[in-house]
Design a protein around this ligand. Structure first.
Ligand code: SF4
Length: 717
């Protein structure tokens, strides 16, 4: 990333520590944390007037985003805009344009070099719809948290919107939506295969994965006078062409016609894409379309070095939403990350339901301690900081380096996972660096506690012979509950998911309990569980329900598998095949079977009892219907009688319920054990709501956008 002359900013204030903040005291409970007040001149211009105030007649780039503009490194738009500014480019931002009005993208006129377009920190369809395809009404990335400010398939809509007015301006798509839809992909919401987003959006290029290198390369090439049609050589990009004469060293993927005709071809194509997602070994991929059109994916960008990552996070972010959003109450997604630190990116965990590998890759890149300490010190200067750093993490909090030395020499092994079903013997297992970092952070003046809220890989913890990390995690970095993601208990399902055997989770749970005893603490382990993942039959779901029964866990928030673009499990969902082996995999698809699986996990809820009985009968597990201590549900008659009795008994029934709870038993079910370690009070937050819920690896989703999990709604670790 060569440096150009830095773009002078009207004010050079960094971090906003010199400006007064709104007081938090009068904030209603649950309201987003207020951002420090900043002047508009501290931000990239969002209006033509703001651009003119900088003396700009024309901007170099217009960045069109489906999110409100939040100037914080957890938001992809901020990283790209600030990075281009640092290279001397003038960038105007159009946040959440009205897609029904062509004039909404003409705010700055035609940019000198091009439009950069992103749907936002999350795929717009994941943002807009639940897994049941119900419309969400809220939107953490919009001022006031209201929904409806961005279109479905936002990157496609924005691309066409721009193209209607600017016939020849280069349009470059980026962000998670474009990245995971860069080649033909399955779209769950329309239940259909879709073409590369490049073709449907009218754009010229897609910058996929973490965009810093490719966006700067594109900007510099355009600035040097190259036509966008000449930009066929930049790693981390996708382009279209009508001739393969000058495309070298490529692998031909199945054509669109083949993909449309045969799901097996899609599974094979996805396997090839996955195998070529490593920057060291990935080849150029070509996907042919009708009428002589080819979509070409160049190999992935090289990961950033530690020094380069540090430089990105040192850019002059105000760490605040744009002041024009103050009146609406600000942008809720900021509250989630405002006092959190992104310490790494990339993940070699490779959970099948998580698209992170497909976006950020398997090579873990980490910031230096100095960089993180510098950011933490800036946090302590923030008037709203109360002494608590909410998170120090990334896709997987406890990964701080590459899986093994070989990974950096010859790329990650294409046909092998680093951690599952058991850790590779070459895997370098150490938490020493992370432990040292956490110690340094909690020793900072002004810091009371440092929490770890990003997921940890408990199998990686258990593979570490040194207990120091778990010991210090329990003693210092858990706030009452540690959420981990075993996701399931059935060996068959765990194998498909890429998770370790259940015994590893049990060993971790025992070690967690032991460390709590040692620390004199009473903290709970909350397991994330997932229903209806490919590979999960009703028999497997019954096994999971029995686990919930035996541990006294009553999960109120169960994540149904969500087939989001770009994950291995989504390819399984669409094709019924495991792309890694091309073997058939069972897929629960019908809403009713999904309801049965979900009801089994939440079998204690009386509203689920009919479904539970049906599921148990279908799975030939009638032995679990009855009155015994192992039974999940009573027979219909007893339930019916209970309902009628409850109706007649009125207040008396309520008293009986209370008495049952006091005795440590679940009302209506004899012999239910008291909660052992999981939160039986429904304390687990939904992974299907809020900014952190994704990408996360999926979590979370989380607004960790371009610098993090890329707004993938989190589906566990
Ligand atoms: S050798 Fe093992 S640890 Fe290294 S990349 Fe391959 S699977 Fe991962």
């Amino acid at each position: 990333m060569a440096a150009r002359k830095a773009n002078p900013r009207p004010t050079g204030a960094r971090g906003g520590t010199s400006t007064p903040a709104r007081k938090a005291a009068s904030r209603p409970a649950g309201a987003p944390a207020p951002a420090p007040r900043h002047s508009e001149v501290d931000f990239p211009p969002l209006t033509a007037e703001a651009a003119r105030a900088r003396g700009w007649d024309q901007v170099d780039f217009v960045y069109v985003s489906g999110d409100a503009y939040v100037d914080h490194p957890s938001f992809g738009a901020a990283i790209i805009v600030r990075l281009l500014e640092s290279k001397g480019f003038k960038v105007g931002v159009i946040a959440q344009p009205d897609w029904t009005d062509d004039a909404s993208v003409t705010v700055f006129g035609e940019p000198r070099l091009g439009f950069l377009v992103s749907a936002g920190n999350m795929d717009s369809m994941v943002n807009h719809y639940t897994v049941a395809k119900r419309r969400r009404h809220d939107d953490a990335y919009t001022p006031g948290g209201v929904g409806g400010r961005r279109p479905n398939h936002a990157a496609v809509v924005y691309g066409n919107l721009i193209r209607r007015t600017y016939k020849h301006a280069p349009i470059i798509l980026g962000g998670i939506e474009a990245s995971l839809r860069r080649l033909a992909h399955y779209d769950y919401w329309s239940d259909a295969l879709k073409r590369s987003i490049l073709l449907d959006s009218g754009a010229d290029l897609v910058s996929y994965g973490m965009g810093e290198r490719s966006v700067v390369a594109i900007a510099e090439a355009l600035d040097a006078g190259l036509a966008v049609s000449d930009l066929t050589f930049i790693p981390g990009t996708v382009f279209r062409t009508s001739s393969l004469d000058h495309v070298v060293d490529y692998e031909l993927l199945p054509s669109w016609d083949e993909l449309s005709a045969d799901r097996r071809a899609f599974a094979a194509s996805f396997a090839a894409q996955y195998a070529n997602s490593d920057p060291l070994t990935g080849r150029r991929l070509v996907e042919p379309y009708p009428h002589g059109v080819y979509v070409v994916q160049n190999p992935p960008s090289e990961p950033l070095t530690t020094a380069e990552m540090d430089a990105v996070y040192r850019l002059p972010f105000t760490r605040a939403w744009h002041p024009s959003y103050d009146e609406a109450g600000g942008v809720p997604a900021l509250a989630e990350v405002k006092f959190s630190l992104v310490s790494n990116r990339g993940c070699y965990g490779e959970c099948a339901f998580c698209a992170l590998t497909f976006h950020q890759g398997r090579i873990v890149q980490a910031r230096s301690h100095e960089s993180l300490l510098e950011e933490a010190r800036a946090l302590t200067d923030d008037p709203d900081f109360k002494g608590y750093i909410h998170d120090v993490g990334g896709p997987t909090a406890d990964f701080r380096g590459p899986a093994c030395a070989d990974q950096l020499r010859r790329g990650a092994c294409p046909g092998k996972r680093c951690l599952a079903p058991e850790p590779c013997r070459r895997l370098e297992v150490t938490h020493a660096d992370y432990v040292a970092l956490l110690r340094e952070l909690r020793a900072l003046p002004g810091v009371k506690r440092v929490f770890v809220r990003s997921g940890i890989r408990f199998d990686y913890v258990m593979a570490d012979p040194d207990p120091t990390f778990l010991r210090e995690l329990v003693a210092h970095h858990v706030s009452g509950q540690l959420k981990v993601a075993p996701e399931h208990v059935s060996r068959r399902v765990l194998d498909v998911m890429g998770k370790p055997p259940h015994a590893v989770y049990e060993a971790f749970a025992a070690a967690f309990d032991e460390e709590n005893r040692r620390a004199g603490k009473r903290q709970f382990l909350v397991p994330y569980l997932m229903s209806s993942h490919p590979g999960c039959t009703l028999a497997d779901a019954v096994e999971l329900a029995e686990f919930c029964r035996d541990m006294g866990h009553n999960p109120e928030q169960v994540q149904d598998f969500y087939p989001t673009p770009g994950s291995m499990a989504t390819a399984m969902y669409y094709t019924g095949l495991d792309p890694r082996t091309m073997e058939p995999v069972y897929v629960p698809r019908s809403p009713h079977e999904k309801a049965l699986q979900r009801a089994l996990i939440q079998y204690r809820n009386p509203a689920n009892h009919d479904l539970v009985r049906e599921a148990l009968r279908r799975a030939h597990r009638e032995d679990l219907i009855g009155y015994g201590p192992k039974c999940l549900v009573r027979p219909e008659k007893a339930d019916k009688g209970k309902k009628e009795g409850a109706g007649k008994a009125g207040k008396g029934a309520g008293k009986a319920k209370t008495a049952g709870r006091k005795a440590g038993k679940e009302p209506g079910r004899p012999g239910a054990p008291a909660p052992r370690r999981a939160d039986d009070r429904g304390g687990r937050p939904s992974r299907d709501a809020g900014p952190r819920a994704a990408n996360r690896k999926g979590r979370g989703p989380a607004p960790k956008a371009n610098g993090h999990k890329g707004g993938i709604r989190k589906q566990g670790k």
